[in-house]
Design a protein around this ligand. Structure first.
Ligand code: C2O
Ligand code: CU
Length: 485
């Protein structure tokens, strides 16, 4: 295995390459025409990185352009991206542009939208930045290991007129399972992880470093872009006295609001954009904690205030972001589709191990004949089917151009961040109650036993992945294809 020094952030070249040549996909008919093409190169390769000063040295990891996270790709809305991906790993890979509405052939799903990029090969992705927002990129090939070893990076698409702030910051959160000698534990895909909450680790990083303090100034207004790149860890960030305002979820603007119960929750793959006014006293420190898992609260990082003040009190600048060009679904006219998730520990897996003698007790939601409906050897099931190998047959076919409601039931004892490719959807209800913000998401976190309805216009033709973003769940059945035709 070749080793190269990984710098925390490597330089990325952005070359203006003239006007876009290819036609926009149907979904962006109303979007701004590509203003120009920005070119980038991402090279996936093994290397070494220092995750924390007090760890026993460097950690062998996989990264893009020698960095964990990979370089921040940043363009303006309406520009076109052309990204050459070089595979210097010893195995196949692809890159998926999570949350970006793009043509199907650019979606980076091996066997479904492209041939995997073999070791030593390159592949060029090219698409328009239709929506402004906070996105990210990661492999879709053996993601539970490739992402888990460090392959991911932020993709930021700037609004033409962003909300005014003093400073903009991106925090890519990750969670590593390290051994005593700071190596990545190689127990990827073990039976306990896959049947429970996925690979939750023991070392949390921000932008590839175990954080200590984050320097701020009193009176400063910061836009914080949070990205959860962890395989399985769910974050519930508590900013205490720093009452943040949520302005976007999964890249899409939302009515500015305070986080529910003061907690900024990010399931794997989710993004939250916050506006935070630094209201502390010069010279003080304020902890940001993560208290998602009960009894496991820890201090993530401290806001460390400079001795000098930037201004007295917070500025009165407006915080709302301009909307993206998303087609508005009409739930009243929509086709309805029911989707039920089963499996995992205390679900179908236990039932199988007990020879099905538990009946429907552990599964909820489905009839007594459920065991007969379970197909395959998977651990997790969507509508009674566990995806195995390359998933090609659609579990749902959606009429193109129409509104659709997908009514999802989580009949398991576990959280699942459910992700649909190629579209953003409105989350319209939870457990039968309308949501306060009808937020646009591409990944919706479902609590155990929760029911969630999403609505969207299926305007982007092709075969799209629909899966749980706990990557161990995705790999063991919780995945399907939604066809838009
Ligand atoms: Cu971020 Cu199909 O994944
Ligand atoms: Cu899951």
């Amino acid at each position: 295995v070749p080793t190269l020094p990984l710098s925390r952030r490597s330089l990325l070249t952005a070359i203006s390459a003239g006007a876009a040549g290819l036609a926009l996909p149907n979904l962006v008919a109303n979007a701004a025409r590509a203003a120009g093409t920005k070119e980038f190169t991402l090279r996936a390769a093994p290397g070494r990185t220092r995750l924390a000063p007090d760890l026993h040295g460097e950690t062998p990891a996989w990264g893009y352009n020698g960095a964990v996270p990979g370089p921040e790709i940043r363009v303006r809305q309406g520009e076109r991206l052309r990204i050459m991906v070089e595979n210097a790993l010893a195995e196949k890979t692809t890159v998926h542009w999570h949350g970006v509405r793009l043509p199907n052939a650019m979606d980076g799903v091996p066997h479904l939208t492209q041939r995997p990029i073999a070791a030593g090969e390159t592949f060029i992705y090219e698409f328009d930045a239709v929506d402004a927002g906070t996105f990210w990129y990661h492999p879709h090939q053996r993601s539970f290991e490739q992402v888990g070893r460090g392959l991911y990076g932020p993709l930021i698409i700037e609004e033409a007129e962003p909300s005014r702030v003093d400073r903009e910051v991106t925090w890519v959160l990750d969670d590593w399972r390290l051994t005593q000698s700071a190596e990545i534990s190689d127990d990827f895909g073990n039976r306990h992880d896959i049947s429970h909450g996925g690979r939750v680790g023991n070392t949390v990083t921000i932008n590839g470093r175990v954080p200590d303090k984050f320097p701020v100034r009193s009176g400063e207004r910061v836009r914080l872009r949070l990205i959860n790149a962890a395989n399985a860890r769910i974050f519930g960030l508590d900013f205490r006295d720093h009452a943040p305002t949520v302005i976007a979820l999964d890249g899409q603007p939302v009515t500015p609001h305070e986080p529910l119960n003061g907690l900024v929750v990010l399931g794997p793959a989710m993004r939250v954009d916050l506006i935070i006014d630094m209201t502390g006293e010069p010279g003080s420190r304020a902890a940001v904690t993560d208290r998602f898992y009960e009894g496991l609260e820890y201090r993530l990082v401290d806001f460390a205030y400079d001795r000098s003040r930037l201004r007295e009190g917070p500025p009165d600048w407006p915080v709302a972001l301009p909307a993206n060009p998303l087609p508005e679904p009409d739930p009243a006219m929509a086709r309805r589709h029911d989707v039920v998730f089963n499996g995992g520990m205390m679900g179908a897996m236990v039932m199988r191990e007990m020879g099905g003698s538990m009946g429907q007790g552990g599964s909820g939601g489905m009839g007594g004949g459920m065991m007969g409906m379970m197909r395959g050897n998977g651990i997790w099931f969507i509508n009674g089917k566990a995806a195995e190998g390359h998933v090609l047959d659609p579990m749902l076919t959606l009429e193109r151009g129409r509104s659709h409601v997908i009514a999802m039931t989580n009949a398991t004892a576990w959280h699942h961040p459910m992700h649909l490719h190629g579209h953003s959807f409105r989350v319209i209800s939870r457990d039968g109650a309308p949501t306060a913000h009808r937020e646009w998401q591409d990944t919706v976190l479902m609590a155990p036993r929760e029911r969630v309805e999403i609505a969207f216009v299926a305007d982007n033709p092709g075969d799209w992945m629909f899966h749980c973003h706990i990557l161990e769940h995705q790999a063991t059945g919780m995945m399907g294809v939604v066809r838009v035709a």
